[in-house]
Design a protein around this ligand. Structure first.
Ligand code: SF4
Length: 461
């Protein structure tokens, strides 16, 4: 077994921490680093002619799920989407031109919000426009993914998505219990989920992914056991089980959640333990953090081969690929730059109306950032990290460079989370659910007060 859930240990290490979809994390982005840094990074990386990933953000949803912390706009006005697409198309044109036709898009991801807020016609037109300005890989090796809200589609829509070229699909399920669904304002009968998954199988989608959340109001061990059993029976290729972070001061919709109905900390832990136990018993491989996949899934193969990476979409197979984020609030990662687009519609539209990129802020990586990002990635993706590999890659002496970090790791070594071997570090099965805590030791930006205080990151479990 590659993961073991020790509730007492997990409770002891439960503290706010980043999910490391980037390093430095987005809280370090500043307006000082914006469009010029991005443009320079694109020009520099174009010379490599390497493949790129493209993320397209569709910010609209028809109704608010009360747990949601995403950047989204609640509306039933479909004209809002039509207006948004006009500006998105302009961004596609500007960003595509910067690549000078040099690079192929192997990975495309539509996320949100709800991409299926757009009609199939609008989605198809957006893909056509992307194809006119980017070199989209239309062959078998492409990974074109879309997030689907089962409440907004019928089976025929799923076939339309396949016809457009999408071959991976992910569905928000969260919980199947009607009481929990009512408490979070996301009423979605299991049959709707089954219809989408059956249609995806019929349309030969290569990967079907399901998201669940533990820690929601009214969840109990018995309701969550039923949710896990139903999902196991649907047999998606991937399952993500996120922890709900109740931060109503940050996310307005969460004010509608009755805090008295939230599970206690002890119940939360048991819910997470249930997920780990049930999914691994059903044959899923624990990838890390909150992600599970069937042994046949390409993420498991990538982990075996040491090519798994983390980026803004979570775990991904495309190591070293630059990522272009298009749409309101989307984040790009190119060369030594991370940049984020403006986070309101008005803000996003204004520069595009003048033919400029809608970039608001970002960060440029230092050599120390590159080194630490690599160490954190290897721990979070491979669960082992070789001192000699880091030394050869960056020309440093690991035990010198990270002398303080190796001392800080000692309590975790003592607690059995991680083993220090002559050649490197290895997370143990009980340490794997706590990989964020181990990674945090190598994060130069997490000074002591940040580690101790309430933070802008979710709890590690
Ligand atoms: S959870 Fe998804 S569908 Fe619900 S409000 Fe948030 S982005 Fe929209």
């Amino acid at each position: 077994m590659n993961v073991q859930f020790d509730a007492a240990l997990v409770a002891r290490y439960d503290r706010p921490g980043p999910r490391y979809t980037s390093y430095p994390t987005a809280v370090r982005f500043s307006p000082v680093v914006a469009e010029a840094a991005y443009t320079a990074a694109v020009a520099a990386t174009n010379a490599t002619a390497g493949p790129v990933s493209v993320y397209v953000h569709v910010p609209f949803c028809a109704s608010p799920c009360f747990y949601c912390g995403c950047t989204r706009i609640i509306t039933r006005n479909t004209a809002a989407a039509a207006n948004y697409l006009t500006y998105l198309n302009e961004e596609i044109r500007l960003r595509g031109a910067q690549l000078e036709g040099a690079r192929v898009v192997d990975q495309l991801h539509f996320g949100g919000g709800s991409p299926t807020f757009l009609t199939p016609t609008q989605l198809a037109a957006t893909l056509t426009h992307l194809g006119q300005h980017f070199r989209l890989n239309t062959g078998a090796g492409r990974e074109f993914a879309i997030e689907v809200d089962p409440r907004t589609v019928v089976a025929a829509d799923i076939q339309s998505l396949a016809d457009m070229g999408f071959n991976r699909i992910s569905l928000g399920v969260q919980d199947i219990d009607p009481v929990v669904q009512a408490a979070v304002n996301r009423v979605q009968p299991l049959e709707q989920v089954r219809t989408v998954i059956d249609a995806a199988r019929q349309a030969r989608f290569e990967s079907v992914s399901v998201d669940l959340i533990y820690g929601l109001p009214c969840q109990t061990e018995s309701t969550f056991t039923r949710t896990l059993a139903a999902v196991a029976e649907l047999r998606p290729d991937r399952v993500a089980v996120y922890g709900y972070a109740h931060l109503p001061q940050l996310f307005k919709a969460q004010k509608h959640i009755d805090a008295r109905a939230l599970p206690t900390a002890a119940t939360r832990l048991r819910l997470l333990g249930l997920a780990v136990e049930r999914l691994t018993a059903e044959g899923y491989v624990y990838l890390g953090l909150d992600h599970f996949a069937l042994p046949t899934d390409e993420l498991v193969r990538a982990q075996r081969e040491g090519t798994l990476v983390r980026n803004f979409q979570g775990y991904s197979t495309q190591g070293g690929t630059d990522l272009l984020g298009l749409g309101m609030s989307a984040i790009s990662q190119v060369g030594d730059a991370y940049v984020q687009n403006l986070k309101t519609l008005e803000g996003y539209y204004a520069p595009l109306a003048e033919g400029r990129l809608p970039i608001e802020r970002g960060v440029q990586l230092t050599q120390d950032d590159f080194i630490r990002r690599h160490v954190i990635q290897r721990l979070m993706c491979d669960t082992v990290m070789s001192f000699t590999e880091v030394e050869a890659r960056f020309g440093l002496d690991f035990t010198d460079y990270f002398a303080g970090e190796l001392v800080a790791l000692e309590p975790m070594i003592h607690d059995g989370l991680v083993v220090r071997e002559p050649q490197g570090l290895r997370l143990t099965p009980v340490g794997r659910p706590l990989m964020r805590n181990v990674a945090m030791v190598f994060d130069a930006y997490l000074q002591a007060p940040v580690l101790a205080g309430p933070a802008r990151h979710s709890q590690t479990v």
